[in-house]
Design a protein around this ligand. Structure first.
Ligand code: C2E
Ligand code: CA
Ligand code: CA
Length: 620
């Protein structure tokens, strides 16, 4: 139904006023549909000026063309190739009406292709804002049409409304851009970053979400010596470089020389850390600034967050804390957030990444735990315990990396390093006349035990350092023995031929090795510390320890108690017949030179055992 043209303008004004950036295209199309009906024409179009690419870009049309090829050849019409109608529109700033047959190049002719007559009538009005043409609104009738002046007036009025809408949306987008971006670099700002992180951390979004907090090392000298303009320039170039290196990420500048990169893919802490290292390496390249070649390394703090669990500000704070750690560590490095959860996985990844490289370096070392005869105080053995001096995490105990070594095929290499280093050191002590009757105990991982060539390498190492097999004892955890009993039995028999002693470590800790004990060539049982710690107060533990003592007697095995921490435990052990022990009551693990000193002294005072208990009946 046709309405009066005044009503048409009012209706269009109402509809366009409510349009937003998100709905503008849809609303425009609806308005075009109404106008096509109103003017009784065949087609309509709305195009915007894009000055960057110097072209008219199609925003909406009605009716939609069918069978549009991809890419749509009409989507973008460059100024240079534009139809005369568009050119006229631009120049006149007034509505243009073309009623007759159009030149063959004509866009309108193409639109009417397939129609026999080939003649069209076009009325188009420029969208004018602040004196400049910013778009065009046009209507096409296939065939001749006469445009009344009031229709042209209406067209002009509607074009003005479209121009307003376009200008308003452009202003809104500009405002939004300014609200979300940093003006020095054009990167996102803190507010946009927080909004983005909140979205990424929403429950059931894919995770983990990695956050890399970048802090330029030593920017201040650039500002101080080259001036703030140079400093700003440097930051801008640096921002471009981050963009080039981390394109697929949300990148924000939080002011100063602090940037945040949030990879758009969810990624594990391991992947994120590898990414952070790559990024750090790429960003370190030199830049020319004011005639100077400048290299600025960057410290990176990494934190990962779990959707539905972490919130954006906490995640950002953790990354910020981590970057402080990286800076404190001297800069030019990646530090991982110390949040407990993310710490564990990041830590694991770091270990995986670096253990391999560190096995042959100075980073690994051995401490020794003396084993003492509680009756005499004599030091009868030294157990080698591996440690890893890690550049970021400090001195690591084996529990934090042995498991990882075992799951990444590094256990063999690590074990061999321990074996060689322990034997080398022990043989030096021996050469100094120390520890002649003591035994060196070396822990062997279950993986090593079933590795081909293991027995051979043990034999070679012992020979290389001139040691006799009987002075070496390999400790194997109970769990390993049970895991692959056939292979283990064979390997242990071969080891006995080499002459080394064999101990079952952590004995009693829950894996039923008992049934196999008879068939395995074992010399020593080490009572698991878990049964020893509370001896003297825990009757249940005492019952187990007594059973183990009985077992050792039955099989003719030696016994050592681990984890003796109190005089009560030591006394209880002695009372029931176990007189060899290790534990913090006697000594903590000590460096090699301290162990050598202990062996040289041959015995240690045991003042806490001043009144030795009397042996109970049946004790060894
Ligand atoms: P483990 O063989 O049972 O070694 C004894 C562990 O108990 C040592 O911990 C020692 O420091 C600790 N310990 C000794 N006395 C006490 C005590 O009175 N109280 C407490 N709370 N702890 C005590 P460490 O050095 O952290 O070693 C842990 C485990 O790592 C070892 O347990 C052993 O299974 C493994 N390990 C150590 N070095 C090596 C190695 O070179 N190769 C392999 N495969 N495993 C190793
Ligand atoms: Ca051990
Ligand atoms: Ca143990």
């Amino acid at each position: 139904m046709r309405r009066s043209l005044d009503l048409v303008v009012t209706s269009v004004a109402t509809q366009l006023m409510e349009a937003t950036a998100a709905t503008a295209t849809q609303v425009s199309e609806a308005v075009l549909a109404q106008l096509v009906e109103q003017f009784d024409v065949d087609a309509s179009f709305l195009r915007h000026h894009d000055n960057d690419i110097r072209a008219w870009v199609l925003v909406a049309e009605w009716p939609r063309r069918t069978n549009v090829p991809d890419p749509d050849p009409q989507a973008v019409i460059h100024f240079t190739s534009a139809d005369p109608v568009l050119t006229q529109c631009e120049q006149s700033r007034k509505p243009v009406v073309v009623g007759a047959e159009l030149p063959s190049r004509s866009l309108w002719r193409r639109m009417s292709a397939g129609r026999q007559d080939g003649a069209s009538s076009v009325a188009a009005a420029p969208l004018v804002s602040r004196g400049a043409t910013i778009g065009v609104l046009g209507f096409v009738k296939f065939g001749a049409r006469r445009w009344k002046q009031e229709e042209i007036n209406t067209l002009e009025a509607v074009a003005a409304l479209f121009a307003q809408l376009q200008a308003r949306i452009a202003a809104e987008e500009k405002l939004r851009y300014l609200a979300e971006h940093d003006d020095l670099t054009g990167l996102y700002n803190r507010r946009a970053l927080i909004a983005h992180l909140s979205e990424r951390l929403a429950p059931s979004s894919p995770g983990p979400v990695a956050v890399l907090y970048l802090d330029l090392d030593r920017l201040k000298p650039i500002n101080d010596y080259l001036g703030h303009t140079a400093g700003d320039w440097f930051i801008r170039v640096f921002a471009q470089r981050i963009r080039a290196c981390a394109g697929q990420s949300m990148i924000a500048r939080l002011g100063g020389d602090e940037f945040v990169v949030v990879p758009d893919q969810s990624m594990s802490a391991a992947t994120a850390e590898a990414f952070a290292r790559r990024l750090g390496a790429m960003l370190r390249e030199r830049l020319a600034i004011g005639g100077h070649m400048i290299t600025r390394s960057v410290s990176i703090g990494l934190a990962t967050g779990t959707p539905g669990r972490d919130n954006s500000t906490d995640l950002l704070r953790r990354a910020d804390e981590a970057v402080l750690t990286a800076k404190r560590g001297g800069g030019n490095q990646v530090a991982v957030s110390t949040d407990d959860m993310s710490l564990k996985s990041a830590f694991r990844n770091d270990i995986e990444l670096h253990l391999q490289g560190d096995i042959d370096s100075e980073a690994l070392l051995l401490h020794y735990l003396p084993e003492v005869d509680l009756w005499t105080g004599a030091i009868v053995a030294a157990e080698a315990l591996v440690r890893w001096r890690h550049p970021i995490w400090g001195l690591l105990l084996p529990d934090s990396f042995i498991g990882i070594a075992e799951s990444t095929n590094l256990a063999g290499e690590l074990g061999q390093w321990v074996m060689r280093s322990a034997c080398a050191e022990f043989s030096r002590w021996r050469a100094n006349g120390v520890g002649q009757s003591a035994v060196l105990r070396i822990n062997v991982s279950p993986v090593q035990l079933i590795t081909r060539g293991f027995v051979r390498s043990v034999a070679d190492t012992i020979e290389e350092f001139g040691l006799d097999g009987a002075s070496i004892c390999l400790e194997i955890t109970e769990r390993a023995v049970v895991h692959d009993i056939e292979t283990t039995r064979n390997t242990l028999h071969e080891l006995k031929e080499v002459g080394v002693q064999i101990a079952i470590d952590d004995f009693g800790s829950g894996y039923a090795v008992l049934s196999h004990l008879k068939s395995l060539p074992v010399d020593i049982l080490k009572i698991d510390a878990g049964f020893v710690r509370d001896l003297g107060t825990n009757a249940g533990d005492l019952a187990i320890v007594r059973a183990i003592i009985g077992l050792a007697e039955a099989f003719g095995l030696q016994l050592v108690a681990e984890g003796v921490e109190t005089p009560a435990a030591a006394q209880t052990l002695m009372q029931h017949g176990c007189h060899r022990a290790q534990g913090f009551l006697l000594s903590k693990p000590v460096p090699g030179n301290a162990m050598e000193a202990l062996l040289a002294a041959r015995w240690m005072p045991l003042p806490f055992l001043a009144d030795r208990p009397t042996l109970s009946a049946g004790a060894v």
